[in-house]
Write a protein that binds this ligand. Structure first.
Ligand SMILES: Cc1cc2nc3c(=O)[nH]c(=O)nc-3n(C[C@H](O)[C@H](O)[C@H](O)COP(=O)(O)OP(=O)(O)OC[C@H]3O[C@@H](n4cnc5c(N)ncnc54)[C@H](O)[C@@H]3O)c2cc1C
Length: 590
């Protein structure tokens, strides 16, 4: 459905309103063009990249560069680059579909993502016309590879504390950069380093450093736990002369570039890791079908089925969140009537809360999936020749880069509260309404619609979060940001709600198309919500106990019981049903 600008939900407003299934974008809505680009990426991975995994992992950079250039020939480096600079200028859904399909080899996905995302987008969004003309066509083909260097030895999560300095030369033609940068993805194969430094030690500014500039020293390849086939090195800058034409964006506004790019980077990462999770699920199903113990395929054992069922449910929830968010970003940027880079940048800013949610949720789903996969493979899961040891190691970094999950949890709650305080979304009014409903004891009745119980639970989850947040705010006021343990729990509720809602809306929307598969998807929703209730209950109780006592604690626990009223269901047959469908299909097929 096409929405008008007024109808498009504001970022973070999913928490405050009921969303109609018709208004969300789902994987069932992909256009033919989007399917085509996804298929191109999938075929490229299967035909070109997978056969060369060993060489990639052993850091044969010639092979990696050759593959990146082949990806360039297929258009897989240029989705986000505008057409006038040699790109395809496609939507964000296409962009994340490519990320998803690149994820089967973690190292290659990181090389590709480092180049096309955090390496290329700073120039797409903030470069001058000359900079775009000079760099983007070469980035689109892979002739030049880009990397992004924000992190420093003493400045990781606290990115604004960087110490690298830039000083204008007396003739006003160059900035001299001095400092050291850590963990640059693609450093060893890059021709360009998007770098941040403080002019006169104060004004954080973006710079485009070219490999040919004197004074750049790269450290040795880092010895990493995973993604061993992606280049990660340090960079020392000693009086590196950067021409003023290579200043990126406005002087003193480097933080805007850094944060906006990380926002997009983390969203693309979320999509990528869901692709990784789906591929590991497929490997696990295939192994479980052929591995026999006690004269049976292990896929016939209840505990293995339950793992497969839950892996499928989690990946489906992650996928639903990713494409719902991609749809929001595309719809908003399509309506803004601006040139593509500006509009997609503004849409990404609008949905920054959702981008952080997707990053944390998806990376945690992948961690769960790879852990279960190793267990399904048993001892063979621990062996490098089998397909899950590498994804298990590779997956771990995803919870650390593009903003650690702790930082993203702080961000999502902080940004939501800020949007509420600035009046961008009616957060305070919604919190007041939830509190009134709790004290008056009037609770909405369920309707008899499809999945009505889950629909009602979802509304109650939202009230519970709003109420819990307002209790926490009453106790700590603006000092709430110091109470990180509470913010972490609030962020867990927020993620749970976005996941539950995205999954529910997708299923309601898909029912008409799925026909005979309807019971499978009903099972998926019921199972997810049943487990959600327990998770929300635990979080709600912990927050209530931390911020209230006496009568107030009793009142809030009684509200919690009413809002989470739910007769536990037997999820064993539901998860078996999902596992059986996956086993029959021989791979992730939801
Ligand atoms: C393989 C790899 C590739 C990378 N690629 C790049 C790249 O291309 N470009 C680039 O610029 N950087 C890159 N990084 C750096 C990465 O983004 C940082 O490692 C990350 O931001 C965390 O910074 P840090 O390692 O200094 O950890 P720290 O910031 O020191 O964090 C340590 C721990 O403390 C927690 N923590 C920190 N602050 C808070 C807080 N306020 N509240 C609660 N917990 C907190 C963190 O979540 C983490 O658990 C890469 C890192 C790796 C390992």
């Amino acid at each position: 459905m096409t929405l008008s600008q007024q109808e498009i939900p504001k970022g973070g407003s999913f928490l405050l309103q009921e969303t109609e299934p018709i208004s969300v974008f789902t994987p069932e809505d992909f256009t033919e063009d989007q399917k085509l680009i996804a298929q191109t990426a999938k075929d490229f991975m299967e035909r070109e990249v997978l056969p060369k995994v060993e060489q990639i992992e052993s850091q044969d950079w010639g092979i990696t560069l050759g593959l990146i250039r082949k990806a360039g020939e297929l258009g897989l480096l240029s989705i986000d680059i505008p057409e006038q600079y040699g790109g395809l200028g496609l939507d964000k859904t296409s962009s994340v579909l490519v990320s998803e399909n690149m994820a089967r080899v973690g190292s290659f996905a990181v090389t590709h993502g480092g180049h096309t995302g955090i390496g290329t987008l700073p120039i797409v969004y903030f470069g001058t016309d000359e900079q775009k003309k000079k760099f983007l066509p070469k980035f689109a083909t892979g002739e030049w590879i880009s990397s992004y260097s924000l992190t420093e030895p003493d400045s990781g999560s606290d990115a604004l504390s960087i110490k690298t300095k830039a000083a204008l030369s007396p003739d006003g033609k160059t900035y001299l950069l001095n400092g050291s940068k850590s963990f640059l993805t693609n450093a060893g194969i890059a021709d360009v380093y998007i770098t941040f430094a403080k002019i006169d030690g104060e004004k954080m500014t973006g710079f485009i450093i070219e490999k040919k500039f004197p004074g750049i020293q790269l450290g040795k390849e880092e010895k990493k736990m995973g993604i061993k086939g992606s280049s990660t090195r340090t960079m020392i800058l000693e009086n590196v002369p950067v021409p003023v034409e290579n200043v990126l964006g406005e002087i003193g506004k480097g933080h805007k570039i850094a944060f906006n790019i990380l926002n997009m980077g983390r969203f693309k990462l979320g999509a990528g890791v869901i692709g990784g999770a789906k591929s590991v699920i497929t490997d696990s199903i295939q192994y479980a079908k052929q591995r026999k113990q006690f004269q049976k395929a292990i896929s016939e054992f209840g505990m293995i089925k339950e793992k497969l069922g839950e892996m499928g449910i989690q990946a489906f929830a992650g996928e639903s969140m990713v494409y719902r968010t991609a749809g929001l970003i595309d719809q908003m940027s399509g309506l803004m009537g601006l040139g593509k880079p500006e509009s997609s940048l503004r849409s990404l800013e609008e949905y920054a809360v959702e981008c952080s949610i997707v990053k944390v949720a998806a990376t945690e789903i992948l961690s769960f999936v790879v852990d279960q996969a190793v267990q399904i493979f048993g001892g063979y899961g621990f062996m490098e020749e089998y397909p899950v040891a590498r994804p298990y190691r590779d997956s771990r970094i995803n919870r650390i880069f593009e903003g650690t999950n702790e930082i993203n949890r702080l961000l999502m709650v902080g940004m939501l509260l800020k949007r509420g305080m600035e009046g961008k979304i009616p957060l305070m009014q919604a919190a007041q309404k939830a509190a009134d409903e709790m004290t008056s004891g009037t609770f909405s009745e369920e309707s008899s619609d499809l999945l009505a119980h889950e629909t009602q639970l979802l509304q109650n989850f939202k009230k519970l979060l709003l109420f819990s947040a307002s209790l926490a705010f009453q106790k700590y006021g603006t000092q709430l940001e110091e109470e990180e343990e509470l913010i972490e729990r609030l962020s867990s509720m927020l993620i749970e709600i976005y996941a539950a809602e995205s999954l529910l809306l997708r299923v309601k929307r898909g029912m008409a198309k799925w026909g005979h598969k309807e019971p499978l998807y009903t099972a998926l929703v019921q199972s997810f919500f049943n487990d959600s209730v327990f998770r929300m209950e635990a979080l709600g109780k912990q927050i209530s106990a931390a911020v209230s006592e006496g009568d107030m604690l009793r009142i809030s626990l009684s509200a919690l019981r009413k809002w989470l009223k739910h007769n536990p269901i037997n999820t064993i047959p539901l998860k078996r049903k999902i596992a059986d469908a996956l086993i029959e299909a021989g791979g992730y097929s939801l």
